[in-house]
Design a protein around this ligand. Structure first.
Ligand code: NAD
Length: 342
């Protein structure tokens, strides 16, 4: 019997529509080549471009749409920066649906120039607290305060997620923090990680200061397996790790909660490349693979990953970030064709 899933698709801003359409093309190819998988795509509006018409970057109709779907494929969105403007739509969705684990795999791909070969690591970032809580204000003119909220409950939850993931991989977890300076907040985080570690004696645990982690990611990225950290540190470390493996255009991210998942490229809306059919859609395509994996469709997820690796190995289709001149649509067509052939 065919499994049927409703997928919310938010195309986003800038390069969002082109990379999202490219990824949907690959999902359609997976659907065609699998006898028992049906995907219903439900399109919603969200992002910077909505603000003029709706007064918000996440309209109520879109929230209602997300609630009736099994997962969301989200294109990158431009974050409003003006004072008083709505906060990031991605941050709103993560908070609203309690998508507490931001999972960002970074690996070396064939034919992609990376700092080192054999990189295969995952950054697990706490996604609902820290400096992304939006609790920021001006105490007096010229003196601003941002609250870094860290709770034991959220730290235990993300630590548990990271240990489980590490147990199913190379059994090596590193936690990155700055507890020598942020003694209270990272003290709570560190104690939670150490507490959960007692349940996972088979997982080797290392701790590293986040500044040292940024260096280690350049010097010895191949020594990391799973890294768990707080919100802002995870955002920075995962962008760095993505670049170490070759291009931000390859890195996908999952936002996972107890009952819902949102999947997106790690990169932003890169406005200067809008509608040039030039950027790499692989990050968003890999996000669809993570989405199918989350939905339990392991074979379909693996098919997408395999097709990406074959296209990269062949080296005939390469976008500008990979040193080639292929377009976004040529890349997605090549991957979709491989999916159908597998
Ligand atoms: P960005 O990731 O959009 O772009 C930085 C650079 O990375 C680009 O100039 C380009 O050289 C490269 N790049 C990004 N995506 C690429 C791709 N698919 N293929 C090839 N190269 C690619 O970062 P930014 O310029 O700092 O941010 C632009 C906007 O996106 C901002 O408003 C930012 O807040 C927002 N943003 C949104 C998300 C999200 O929606 N989750 C994430 C990050 C940034």
């Amino acid at each position: 019997m065919s499994k049927v899933y409703s997928i919310a698709v938010l195309k986003g801003d800038g390069i969002g529509p082109e990379v999202t359409e490219a990824a949907v093309k690959v999902l359609e190819a997976v659907q065609k080549s699998s006898k028992n998988l049906t995907l219903h795509f439900l399109y919603g509006e969200a992002g910077y471009h909505c603000i003029a018409e709706h007064g918000t970057n996440l309209p109520e109709e879109t929230i209602a749409l997300l609630k009736k779907t099994d997962a969301c494929l989200k294109g990158p969105m431009t974050t409003p920066e003006e004072t008083g403007a709505p906060i990031s739509a991605a941050v709103k969705i993560r908070t609203m649906f309690n998508l507490y684990a931001n999972v960002r795999p970074c690996r070396s791909f064939p034919n992609v120039e990376a700092l080192k070969p054999n990189i295969d690591l995952i950054v697990v970032r706490e996604n609902t607290q820290g400096l992304y809580s939006g609790a920021e204000f001006e105490l007096a003119p010229g003196t601003g305060i941002a609250l870094r909220i860290i709770t034991r409950e959220a730290s235990l939850r993300i630590a548990e997620y990271a240990f489980k993931l590490a147990r199913n991989r190379k059994k090596h977890l590193t936690y990155a923090h700055k507890a020598n300076i942020l003694r209270v907040t990272d003290g709570i985080f560190n104690n939670a990680v150490k507490g959960v570690a007692l349940k996972y004696p088979d997982v080797a645990l290392d701790d590293v200061h986040v500044d040292a982690a940024t260096m280690q990611l350049i010097k010895k990225p191949e020594t990391f397996d799973v890294i768990v950290t707080t919100n802002l540190f995870g955002d920075i470390l995962s962008d760095e790790a993505a670049q170490v493996t070759g291009s931000l255009g390859l890195a996908a991210g999952a936002n996972i909660g107890e009952t819902y998942g949102m999947f997106e490229p790690v990169h932003g809306s890169a406005p200067k490349y809008t509608r040039q059919n030039r950027v790499n859609p692989i990050a968003t395509i890999m996000a669809t693979s993570m989405m199918l994996d989350y939905l339990g469709e392991k074979a379909a997820a693996a098919k997408i990953e395999k097709a990406v690796i074959i296209v990269l190995s062949e080296g005939k289709v390469r976008t500008a970030d990979l040193g080639g001149s292929s377009t976004t649509s040529e890349m997605s067509e090549a991957i979709a064709a491989k999916v159908k052939a597998l």
